[in-house]
Design a protein. Structure first.
Length: 333
């Protein structure tokens, strides 16, 4: 049963109670007035209706106040109960008084119907109102509990939403932070790579410049030697041109053979030493790399014979390929 149905039942009870009260009051006035007139002096008979009206007014007060207290869930104590039963008893006595004095038991029974109905209706109505008030309070308590539950659920949903939003923001912030750190790492790696490339380019440029300078010096020495040899030959050409030419050719041939043999011995000596226990000095390592290049050995073998890295040996091989140092007249010790 909902609150509307409870209110409808309360209205039906109120309407029925007041109909019974009104009918009992009217019936009481009509019944009690002749009794009061018969027991009142003739000059005061006009006051006969006052007593039933006063008693009925007390009944109205009792019924009305009991309904208000029941609706508020209160209790008036013992005095309202005494007033209710006193008014009910007085109404019953006044209504059956005429029949009782005449010894008419049927009349007593008939006239007792309205007062008894009024008394029982007042008591039952009070009980009904208290029960209805308790039901209304229970419905209201249930509605308040439901409202509290809905509010709690709404608060919990809002808290969950805020927590989810906070977790989402924290997750996005973590992703953004990781992205920034990753980008910074990429930038650092790229900067390191560029620095390494620049250093390697600078080292390669320096090595190339040094190799070019050494090649230029060697070419200048060869040119000076050749110029001195030409000058000497020109001074002797007037006396023994043909002989000198033959001797020079024979001497150059033997010299080349000896030089070639010397180069081969030196190359064999350098290459036969095997891998060193410690890394050779740069000049010694260059000589070994030159010998290995002239012998056609792989770059890795040359690196093992010098104790230097394969990259360094590969760079020296490239210098010999570019400058032709394998055919130089002598090895640098």
């Amino acid at each position: 049963m909902n609150r509307v149905q409870i209110r409808s039942s309360e209205r039906a009870l109120s309407v029925g109670t007041w109909l019974i009260v009104g009918g009992a009051m009217l019936y009481s006035v009509l019944t009690v007035t002749p009794l009061m007139a018969a027991h009142t002096p003739a000059e005061w008979r006009w006051t006969a209706p006052i007593l039933p009206l006063v008693v009925d007014a007390a009944v109205v007060i009792v019924v009305r106040l009991d309904s208000v207290l029941a609706r508020l869930g209160g209790h008036g104590g013992a005095w309202p109960v005494a007033l209710r039963w006193m008014t009910g008893t007085m109404t019953l006595a006044l209504n059956v008084g005429v029949s009782a004095l005449a010894g008419d038991l049927v009349g007593v029974a008939v006239h007792a119907v309205a007062p008894l109905l009024l008394i029982v209706t007042a008591e039952a109505g009070l009980a009904y109102r208290r029960a209805l008030t308790a039901a209304v309070l229970a419905v209201e308590a249930r509605k308040r509990a439901e409202q509290t539950e809905r509010e709690r659920a709404a608060v919990e949903r809002e808290a969950n939403r805020l927590r989810a939003a906070r977790e989402q923001r924290e997750h996005e912030a973590a992703i953004a932070r990781e992205q920034r750190e990753h980008e910074a790492s990429l930038v650092r790696e790229e900067a390191d790579r560029q620095d390494r490339i620049r250093r390697e380019e600078a080292e390669q440029a320096e090595a190339a410049e040094r190799a070019e300078r050494e090649a230029a010096e060697r070419r200048e020495q060869i040119r000076e030697q050749q110029q001195a040899e030409r000058e000497r030959l020109e001074r002797q050409a007037t006396q023994q041109r043909e002989l000198e030419a033959q001797q020079r050719a024979e001497r150059e041939r033997r010299e080349q053979v000896r030089e070639q043999e010397r180069l081969e011995r030196e190359r064999a000596a350098l290459l036969s030493a095997g891998p060193p226990e410690e890394k050779l000095t740069k000049d010694r390592a260059r000589a070994v790399v030159q010998a290995a290049f002239g012998a056609g050995l792989p770059v890795r073998v040359a690196a093992e014979l010098t104790g230097w890295s394969v990259g360094w040996a590969s760079g020296r091989y490239q210098e010999h390929r570019d400058n032709g140092t394998a055919n130089a007249p002598a090895l640098t010790r």
